[in-house]
Design a protein around this ligand. Structure first.
Ligand SMILES: *[C@@H]1O[C@H](CO)[C@@H](O)[C@H](O)[C@H]1NC(C)=O
Ligand SMILES: *[C@@H]1O[C@H](CO)[C@@H](O)[C@H](O)[C@H]1NC(C)=O
Ligand SMILES: *[C@@H]1O[C@H](CO)[C@@H](O)[C@H](O)[C@H]1NC(C)=O
Ligand SMILES: *[C@@H]1O[C@H](CO)[C@@H](O)[C@H](O)[C@H]1NC(C)=O
Length: 379
């Protein structure tokens, strides 16, 4: 049965989408001239490169993560496939490098110990089609493949940097764009000059990797998105992004301030895989920092300490009400510089339906885990 289903899906994919299957070769060197960035959704797959070519102001990256669902474990993995100018991307790692094509890996072990590496590629190949994609960063040993029947699969065979293994992603919640479900002709900007598509808002993931002979195996919630831009990342003043699962709900938040102080949001909530909210209306989401000693200052600037958590409000529709989440930072999983923080944490929350069926308010307690990050780039 599994084989039969696979075959049918492949034939269906080949027949329906053959004309939109595209193969992209990406060079490891920066190109001169103007980059052109795609910010409106079209027939190309979500994983297609969105900036051509990569000049010194451009970046195009493919992001994956998994955080353990076991509350007693601090295990996590983040992998980013980048094609970016050293000067233009998110200021997450050191800016001196030979190739613009890098496979980067960050992990935390169950005890919280962190480890990171990066591998430089000679070239990259991305194949993209609706719901089918693959990416190979040649020479690094890092690659991914995705098919509708089996989900995303990252393979790592990188003895030079001491890592091998695989990570799987079985989709739990459907893909979306910043302002709604997948469809053509929609904006793919989450804020000015920042493209964002979220192919995997939530997945059941298995991580099975070995790092310098140490095994890291766990199950968790997986996630995959894609960011790109044609201008320096300094258009961003600050942002709060994250994903979580609490009970039957999968949640993705993006709350963003540009350098003029204008706020942009993207809110996404599903229940048992069905979309309740996928919106960029300002009243659909608010994410604000919490904590003592200045961590709750908003808007945050570079010298603002990292918060101890976030208070998140989500509008999940007239019938469903409002979701309120308190996210508590449990572990800092990256320590690059004061402008960037990436964390794993616990989520507590509830849903209130104002004047539910009998005029009473219904509250449901929710518990879960999250992986999230923040930038603060101005002083
Ligand atoms: C890049 O775009 C700018 C503004 O549109 C234009 O003035 C310039 O000539 C372009 N440069 C190249 C190399 O095409
Ligand atoms: C890269 O392309 C963008 C978009 O056309 C342009 O605004 C920018 O000036 C270019 N950067 C460089 C360094 O040429
Ligand atoms: C944490 O776990 C890693 C991986 O198993 C191990 O190498 C390291 O020694 C542990 N650290 C502590 C403080 O126990
Ligand atoms: C491809 O993805 C879209 C959007 O997530 C979905 O509506 C569609 O059913 C998927 N197609 C296949 C063949 O899985």
């Amino acid at each position: 049965m599994a084989f039969f289903l696979t075959t049918v899906l492949s034939i269906f994919a080949a027949v329906s989408f053959a004309q939109t299957r595209e193969v992209f070769k990406i060079s490891s060197s920066l190109q001169d001239g103007n980059s052109s960035a795609q910010f409106t959704s079209g027939p190309s797959g979500l994983d297609a490169p969105k900036v051509h070519p990569i000049n010194a102001s451009a970046f195009d990256l493919w992001y994956f993560d998994v955080v353990s669902t076991d509350p007693s474990s601090l295990a996590s993995v983040v992998i980013i496939f980048t094609s970016e100018s050293p000067a233009s991307g998110p200021p997450v790692l050191d800016p001196t490098q030979d190739s613009i094509l890098i496979a980067r890996l960050w992990v935390t072990f169950p005890n919280g110990t962190s480890w990171t590496t990066q591998a430089f590629a000679d070239s990259a190949t991305v194949v993209a089609q609706e719901n089918v994609s693959s990416g190979q960063w040649h020479g690094t040993g890092f690659s991914w493949k995705a098919r509708p029947d089996s989900g995303y699969h990252i393979n790592i065979d990188a003895p030079d940097v001491g890592v091998k293994g695989y990570i799987t992603f079985a989709q739990v919640a459907p893909a979306h764009l910043p302002c709604g479900p997948i469809s053509t002709g929609q904006t793919m900007q989450v804020g000015p000059h920042i493209g964002w598509v979220n192919a995997v808002p939530d997945a059941s993931s298995t991580v099975n990797i070995e790092i310098d002979g140490e095994k890291l195996s766990f199950k968790g919630l997986g996630y995959h998105d894609k960011n790109w831009g044609d201008q320096l990342f300094s258009y961003v003043a600050s942002w709060y992004w994250g994903h979580a699962r609490v009970g039957p709900y999968s949640i993705v938040w993006f709350d963003f301030l540009d350098i003029t102080g204008e706020e942009f949001v993207s809110a996404y909530v599903t229940k048992n895989g069905r979309i309740l909210t996928a919106s960029c209306n300002l009243n659909s989401l608010s994410v604000r920092p919490t904590g003592a000693d200045g961590g709750s200052a908003y808007p945050p600037v570079i010298s603002t300490p990292n918060p101890s958590g976030y208070h998140i409000l989500l509008d999940i529709g007239k019938e469903n009400g409002r979701m309120e989440l308190n996210v508590d930072v449990v572990q800092d999983i990256i320590h690059p510089n004061p402008t960037y923080g990436r964390f794993i944490g616990n989520v507590r929350g509830h849903i209130s339906v104002p004047g539910g069926k009998k005029g009473s308010s219904f509250t449901k307690d929710l518990r879960g885990v999250a992986l999230f990050d923040q930038f603060k780039l101005t002083e």
